[in-house]
Design a protein around this ligand. Structure first.
Ligand SMILES: C[S@@+](CC[C@H](N)C(=O)[O-])C[C@H]1O[C@@H](n2cnc3c(N)ncnc32)[C@H](O)[C@@H]1O
Length: 185
């Protein structure tokens, strides 16, 4: 076999190995699609984090949101959770290049992470998993007054406070929900 063919075959195998975890995670809560960078500042303003508060990004992908929030709020604690190992490594690379001490990145299934200490949870998921899987988890685990910020997708029904930041030319809406004690299950 010519050397070029061998190199191409090795590169192909590496690409497949890297893509398989991303593909599998896509069947859990959502496939990897990154949020446009022009929304990061808005998310930070909506989060309005105070010193000592805890911000979670569930399914953080390359951790562009978690990293931005950690940098903008050095006194808050930011936790990014990602199931796809490839994306997790990418997020670690981002934090290696520009380290944020207050950012923790975890390779884990977001559904198995206890969110009871969260003050803000950011998600970019798909509507069926958001409504059927994440909503009951949030109502069970999140404490009163915790804010949920969702890019693009909505809860179809929500009894508590809700605001929507309209879409821009380049990006979709941001939905902000607050947990009330009446909603807790
Ligand atoms: C639509 S992307 C959002 C990426 C990032 N949060 C953003 O806003 O740019 C969804 C991410 O969730 C991850 N994901 C899917 N199911 C997951 C699960 N059960 N636990 C953790 N991460 C998951 C995917 O691998 C993907 O990176």
């Amino acid at each position: 076999m010519p050397i070029e063919t061998k190199i191409l075959a090795i590169l192909f195998i590496i690409a497949v190995i890297l893509l398989i975890p991303v593909f599998i995670a896509g069947f859990s809560l959502a496939p990897w699609v990154p949020i446009p960078k022009d929304r990061l500042e808005k998310i930070n303003r909506l989060a309005n984090l105070k010193p000592g508060q805890i911000f979670y990004e569930l399914g953080c992908g390359d951790a562009r949101v978690a990293h931005y929030i950690a940098k903008a709020n050095p006194k808050a604690k930011v936790i990014g959770i990602e199931m796809a190992y490839t994306m997790y490594l990418w997020s670690r690379l981002r934090n290696f290049i520009s380290p944020q001490k207050n950012l923790t990145l975890k390779h884990a299934n977001a559904l198995k992470v206890d969110l009871s200490d969260a003050n803000i949870v950011y998600i970019y998921m798909i509507e069926p998993t958001m409504n059927k899987i994440l909503k009951p988890k949030f109502l069970r685990e999140l404490k009163k007054n915790t804010k949920i910020i969702s890019y693009a997708c909505r809860f179809l029904e929500w009894d508590g406070p809700y605001t929507c930041e309209e879409r821009t030319k380049k990006s979709k809406s941001l939905h902000v929900y607050t947990i009330t004690s009446q909603q807790k299950i």
